[in-house]
Design a protein around this ligand. Structure first.
Ligand SMILES: [Zn+2]
Length: 168
């Protein structure tokens, strides 16, 4: 009788998300949520890892994917994780450091991808929303018929909103 089981058999978790934060001992830790949706009832597993363990896991996965020739779709990180200085999104240019910051090899900036997610103050949030609404309207209908006059203002609005969102 042939033994067909392998070490890769078992429930396949098909959704994953990760978050970074501090536990009650004030250690910086990474939380992984893995969900198995293929059965009759979805089930999930949560793992809390030290930063070191998470970094080791990430490096191992990177190595495995490279070795196996797994190409992740676009190679771009989420807009939220882009370099705050130059907007770089190519993940090959954004290198995780041991202290959980990211080094942008494009412009040399080192940044904490968590830091800029601090929610803006209410007044800033209101200004941001007002500016974003203005921009959306402008994009829809245009503003005036003098491009030379309106384009710099439009660009300033685009830049200000991106900056407020921590994208540049
Ligand atoms: Zn950069």
């Amino acid at each position: 009788m042939t033994n067909t089981t392998s070490r890769f058999d078992g429930a396949v978790h098909d959704e994953a998300s990760a978050d970074i934060g501090s536990n009650r001992q004030d250690e910086r830790v990474v939380r992984l949520d893995l969900t198995y949706t293929r059965g009759t009832a979805p089930s999930s597993t949560t793992m809390i890892l030290t930063l070191d363990a998470a970094i080791a896991l990430r490096n191992q996965l990177d190595g495995l994917f490279n070795a196996a020739g797994v190409d992740d779709s676009s190679g771009l990180v989420d807009e939220d994780d882009a370099c705050p200085r130059c907007g770089e999104r190519d993940q090959d240019s954004l290198v995780w450091q041991d202290d959980a910051t990211i080094h942008c090899t494009n412009c040399g900036t080192r940044y904490d991808p968590d830091a800029k997610r601090t929610p803006p103050k209410p007044v800033d949030q209101e200004l941001l929303e007002a500016a974003a609404a203005t921009l959306a309207l402008w994009n829809k209908h245009g503003l005036g018929d003098d491009d030379a006059e309106s384009e710099p203002v439009h660009q300033a609005l685009v830049n200000a909103i991106a900056k407020a969102k921590g994208l540049i």
